[in-house]
Design a protein around this ligand. Sequence first.
Ligand code: BJW
Ligand code: ZN
Length: 246
Amino acid sequence: MGQEISISERLRSLLLKDTKVVILTGAGISAESGVPTFRGEEGLWKKFRPEELATFDAFMANPQLVWEWYEYRRKIIEEIKPNPGHLALVDFQSYFEKFDLITQNVDGLHHQAGSKKIIELHGNIKRNKCIRCGEKHEDLNKALPGIPPKCPCGGNIRPDVVWFGEMLPQEAIQYAFEVSSACDLFFSIGTSAVVHPAASLPVIAKRNGAYVVEVNLSPTEISHLVDESLFGKSGEVLPFLVKLLK
Ligand code: BJW
Ligand code: ZN
């Protein structure tokens, strides 16, 4: 069993149906499902340097290596399931009348858990698109073989995710800023909060008067500004919070 979880009276008092809630999740929420995180001791990028793999320039320089890295990660994701942290957020969604779930994750596990209307800031690893004509390739049956596969137009196909230096999907990030600035209660869950613009969302929420709570194994870049840190596994802390919803 994990550590004992305790929360403030203030947070308890905010767990009401008409509280406007925004959730931001990161790789940590999927860690208990078996998805490696990016940073930290077990992070994916202990083995691979991000600038070698998660940029468009890296893909252009070594498309095979980058494609294979994503194939390796897709295989992991295919074999795993949402964990109690993802499932708790489904309960949150059905309890709170105003609720938004924003994720930096590309693994689709919130969707698989049953959450609705998920704002995916960094794309989705299961989708692909052509770097030349932009056509989306949801499945690769129509693609021509190769590593990476080719679009019928001749362009290389890449994962439909957001790499460093690339713009986030405009509608998604705009909506994320809007709801974060207008919420009462903001949770930053399982993210190191170092990658922008996602990492600005808790800051914006705080600046606009929201009560900001982080759920993480250890302190993060935003620990100094949040109202409350709940240290523990999200797969334990979030189900604990669900039990407090009336
Ligand atoms: C647990 C747990 C458990 C573990 N329970 N917790 C402002 C300032 C400085 C820089 C910038 C800025 N604005 C933009 C930038 C540049 C850049 C950036 O942010 N750089 C910083 C790193 C310095 N941002 C961008 O380039 C973004 N684009 C952009 O801004 O466009 C406009 C622009 C264009 C051109 C020029 C300038 C501006 C795009 C960012 C795209 C990020 N993409 C990635 C890869 C996606 C595809 C893929 O998956 O391969 O997204 S990077 C990677 O990091 C991935 C993640 O979504 C993202 C965040 O990581 P996350 O989720 O926080 O994971 P970790 O591993 O860091 O943390 C896990 C946490 O969980 C840890 O804290 C653990 O403790 C915890 N944990 N187990 C609870 N069981
Ligand atoms: Zn094409």
